[in-house]
Design a protein around this ligand. Structure first.
Ligand code: 5GP
Ligand code: MN
Length: 318
């Protein structure tokens, strides 16, 4: 499988780029780095990024201020890139995808079958940003591009810790930090640092967590009342599920937050005993083997019961 980014954009005048709703570091890094690269190589083309407003922590990435989160009327794009997801999670950017003359899907989610007229789906890759790194001409790399790509790589590998970390992705990381951006600050400010409110909610989620299946599963849920009490956004909940996963003996950590009446966004983190992508895919979501998510309808208890059936089946089969 091969993809030449510039060949795909030959003669394109208007290029659009988007990624998934509630964009994370990999999604933001991939969209901004691809935008920077195309603007650099194709100065005659107009290149625009559409994303739900990404968290402020990413504001230092070049192009952050130009991200369009209004999703207004646009003439059809000549090429529209879908990064780090399929069309099902494009949210308001779906209309640009549907009307574009050509669509290119670049992703590393094993559950994505490829939604573009051109697809570059590599489940072995640790991050969509790793794919952007592979696809761009190394001669055109610069400090801003390196910083955006590095952001995606560190976020999706948990600073080179998760099982999607490979020697190859570490080598790419090594080459990227040669460009001289302040990577310790980038890691601290986008990955570890939490606001006071974020720490409070995390504390609350940990305190109210419940273990079940003989201590092998843990679940915690933040409902809308609590979100409103803390005046919190969904992005303020990032990192809670990883913290649950860090508890000893846990094979499956579930974090849920309420998105509507009888509707929850579910995040799963698992050991090698449970395939998170399979569980999430059953409920219409997706992701990776060790980290996945979905949206579920019903009461909190309905959701946990339904998830448990699938998790238990997997736990009992190993
Ligand atoms: P998180 O739990 O951090 O939101 O997501 C973990 C992984 O699962 C990420 O790679 C994310 O893109 C994917 N994921 C989360 N929710 C969904 C979903 O509803 N659908 C799909 N297809 N993937 C999801
Ligand atoms: Mn990703």
């Amino acid at each position: 499988m091969d993809l030449n980014l510039l060949d795909e954009c030959r003669e394109a005048e208007r290029i659009g780029i988007s990624g998934h709703i509630r964009p994370d570091g990999d999604c933001v890094g991939a969209c901004l780095s691809l935008c920077m690269y195309l603007r650099k190589c194709l100065p005659q083309a107009q290149v625009k990024v559409f994303l739900e407003k990404p968290a402020e922590i990413f504001r230092e990435l070049k192009g952050y201020d130009e991200i369009d989160s209004a999703f207004g009327e646009e003439a059809p794009f000549d090429v529209f890139f879908v990064l780090d997801c399929g069309e099902d999670r494009l949210g308001d950017a779906l209309k640009y995808f549907q009307t574009a003359k050509k669509t290119v899907n670049i992703d590393h989610h094993i559950t994505n079958k490829g939604c573009g007229s051109v697809n570059y789906i590599v489940p072995e890759a640790g991050a969509t940003c790793e794919l952007i790194y592979d696809l761009i001409d190394p001669e055109r790399l610069d400090k801003d591009l390196a910083m955006a790509i590095y952001t995606g790589i560190i976020h999706d590998t948990g600073i080179f810790q998760y099982s999607n970390t490979t020697p190859a992705i570490m080598e790419k990381g090594a080459r990227l930090i040669c460009y001289g951006f302040d990577f310790p600050r980038l890691i601290q400010e986008t990955f570890y640092q939490k606001t006071y409110v974020q720490s409070n909610i995390m504390g609350r989620a940990l305190l109210e967590s419940i273990r079940f299946m003989e201590g092998r599963c843990i679940v915690s849920c933040i409902d809308r009342r609590v979100m409103q009490f803390y005046d919190a956004e969904p992005s303020d909940l990032d990192g809670i599920v990883n913290q649950l996963r860090n508890i000893s003996g846990i094979d499956c950590a579930i974090f849920m937050y309420q998105t509507d009446v009888l509707e929850y966004k579910v995040s799963l983190r698992t050991s090698e005993r449970v395939n998170a992508a399979e569980v999430a895919a059953f409920f219409g979501g997706g992701g990776h083997a060790r980290a996945a998510g979905c949206t579920m309808r019903g009461t909190f208890h309905d959701c946990v019961n339904n998830l448990s059936l699938h998790i238990e089946k997997q736990l009992n089969s190993v």
